[in-house]
Design a protein around this ligand. Sequence first.
Ligand SMILES: [Zn+2]
Length: 527
Amino acid sequence: MTPKVAPIRAAIYARFSHAEGDSDSVDVQTRQAKKALEANGWMLNEAYVLEDDGFSGREMLRRPGLRRLLEAAARGEFDVIVLRDLDRFSRSEPSRVLGELQKLADKGVQLWSYLKKAFVRIDEEHALMTAFATYGNRQEAVKASGRIRDKLLDREEEGGFTSCAPYGFLNRRRKPDGTIGEFPHKGTFSVVVRHPEQFPVLPLIADLFLRLGTYNAVAAELNRRKIPSPAGRHWAAKSVTNILANPAYRGKLVRGRTVSCEQGGTLSRTDAPEQNVRVYDHPELRPDWDEVTLACIDAQMAARSRVTTWGPGRKHLSSSFVKCGLCGSSVSITSSSRSTSKAYCCTKARSKACEGIGYRAEHAVDAAVRAACASVLTDKILARVSDTIRETFDVRRRIETEEIERARLTRAIATAERHIKSTHELALDSEGVERDHHRVSLRDQLARLKDLQMAAAKAEASPAPTNWVGHSAPTVSAKPFYVSFEGSARSCRPEALCNPFSPNRSSRSWFPKSGSCVNRTRPLNDS
Ligand SMILES: [Zn+2]
């Protein structure tokens, strides 16, 4: 891998992570890279000045700039990627980074660090040095995130506001003299102030909820008044629920509920252990809801709460298979006094957040879903389904049989011990032939108890499997695949089904992910 001769086509890549905070901004990096590129006499491919602002280097999959860069490199659109240093490219696991570098090298693309004025080399012994460098970069990233976490924790303990302000509030800084405004972070304290337009909506939501009684009615009224939702669009019932149930609006800020974890080159958030959850008092977040109002809201929410079960006992076949063709939301069943049959409609139609697909008769939609399913359920798939169900029942039967046996043994041991105790007492109280008779009985009972105890120990030693071996459990996916309806169509059409067995379906799932839709289905924005 020797440096190439001109003309060399170059791309620029810059990344800045606010959490790492030890690098120049993307603008500075891009400017410096352009200077380095000119100095080397390379030709810049203007389409590939790519930046990832605010992305961690440990994230490899969901970094849009990097993805575009790697795809373009694979197509051979440039020969050199100019960047500040290797850590801008990635701070992921060394093997993962070296793998990506090898793929680039195979396509004849090299990384040029303008800071070191050198190529990042992975040929021969250079591979070792590069591996050390990637390891160092990664350690640095891990340390940096630890530092940030400690710093945030400190500020939270001091009563600072380290996250994005909730709806109705704005993030501001407070100077030591008490002035509040948009000041640089240094020497100032993070606070929240009331948002002039959004804050009055909070008491309005409580008032509307207590008056109208349902989340949908509140959302519909807010939409009618043309008040933008927290996302700047239409209100949905869920956004109203989120506000009413948010502990922040009761003066309690809950932090540390989720934790970031790195897996397969991507960072995702999972639920944190309970002891990591911290609650801070922030009375300034309470939107003038007095105790009586809060109690009324709580009572009304409790009255409206329903237990959602995702078990196999679905009441309406299509509610898990069908999505609104206009907005991509789920559909739910409705009934009216004007019609004898039930109908599906868009869930956002009730809050007037979507014009909806109208009302589609349940029997017609279900028939279409059944017809569409029939076309994809081949003999092979049906055989697999029945095999897995049979296996599941076999395992369950075994578990249940063993549990019954263990319970029987426990009961038998207790009874035997009781009998032994009473026979022992009888033997002590008796004499002569009677005593001998009790002694024989006692020996028999002790032998039986020993047998029972051995059987119980054997049953305990081979516990039944608590999960399914070889197969994933045949769970019914909450979002299997979707039928989408055109706004103008009067009845549903089986051909509007997505292709449920496209190659990109998840291998672990029986049903494909929603992204594999090919026909008539709009991109699902909210899933
Ligand atoms: Zn819709």
